[in-house]
Design a protein around this ligand. Structure first.
Ligand SMILES: NC(=O)c1ccc[n+]([C@@H]2O[C@H](COP(=O)([O-])OP(=O)(O)OC[C@H]3O[C@@H](n4cnc5c(N)ncnc54)[C@H](OP(=O)(O)O)[C@@H]3O)[C@@H](O)[C@H]2O)c1
Length: 218
């Protein structure tokens, strides 16, 4: 697939590198310096290059949105042509101090994003794990018990694309249903972050869902 990374920091930089090394064409965009984007692209290998958000969006099959909530409008404006694009968003609707969600209970960042880009197809994914886990999980992806990674969205085709990326990053995708399920995954992401960064373990924290009962015995 052709992937445009909108926001090339901890999440976008790491996921873009994983996707490029897995054989997808990746354009890294949106950092404070062009040099950083070029270095990321060099380190990610021959399938990666640096570009502007507009270049990242131009021919992309899928865009990964990975900016702070306060930068979402700016990067969407720069990306410009988003009609019909699949946008996989790992951005959480955090306040400026990153201490809490600014949207919750009756809506979610993912739904607010879908309203901003009505012609795009938004999937919420990759935001319920700390960035530290990404390379470790990718390297251990052949292990039988893969960690789970939840995703949700309203468009079945976009969700298939997201599930493929999630699998490629070493996780077992867990489809939670419609985009409004992000109302529950976004606070859950905060819980995971609290345990990862304030708990006794370390930030390389991933989780696993297990289903008991009839379906679990298959
Ligand atoms: N990090 C995690 O573990 C984690 C986990 C779950 C969800 N998330 C969510 O994922 C999203 C991205 O998080 P992150 O940790 O990857 O953030 P980050 O490391 O700060 O990356 C954000 C990117 O945006 C760029 N940027 C910021 N301001 C800019 C500006 N004015 N002009 C151009 N580029 C600018 C940054 O540039 P520079 O590279 O130059 O700084 C960086 O590349 C957030 O919504 C966060 O809530 C993060």
């Amino acid at each position: 697939m052709r992937l445009g990374i909108l926001g090339s920091g901890l999440m976008g930089g790491k996921l873009g590198t994983i996707f490029a090394r897995a054989g997808h064409d990746v354009v890294f965009s949106y950092a404070r310096s062009r040099k950083k984007l070029e270095k990321l692209a060099r380190d990610a290998g021959k399938n990666a290059r640096a570009g502007t958000p507009a270049e990242a969006a131009q021919d992309a099959d899928v865009l990964l949105l990975a900016v702070h909530w306060s930068r979402v409008d700016d990067v969407l404006r720069q990306a410009a042509a988003l009609s019909d694009k699949v946008i996989v968003s790992c951005s959480l609707p955090m306040n400026a101090g990153d201490t809490g969600l600014v949207i919750g209970h009756h809506s979610s960042g993912a739904e607010a994003l879908a309203k901003k880009v009505r012609k795009a197809r938004v999937v919420s994914a990759f935001n319920t794990v700390p960035s530290e886990v990404l390379f470790g999980v990718f390297e251990g992806r052949r292990r039988v018990a893969k960690p789970s990674l939840v995703y949700c969205g309203d468009d079945p085709e976009s969700k298939k694309i997201a599930a493929r990326l999630i699998r490629g990053a070493g996780f077992a995708p867990v489809d939670l249903g419609p985009l409004r399920m992000a109302r529950y995954t976004e606070p859950f992401a905060l819980l995971v972050a609290r345990i990862a960064y304030e708990g006794k373990g370390d930030p390389a924290l991933a989780y696993r869902f297990e289903r008991f009962g009839k379906r679990g015995r298959r």
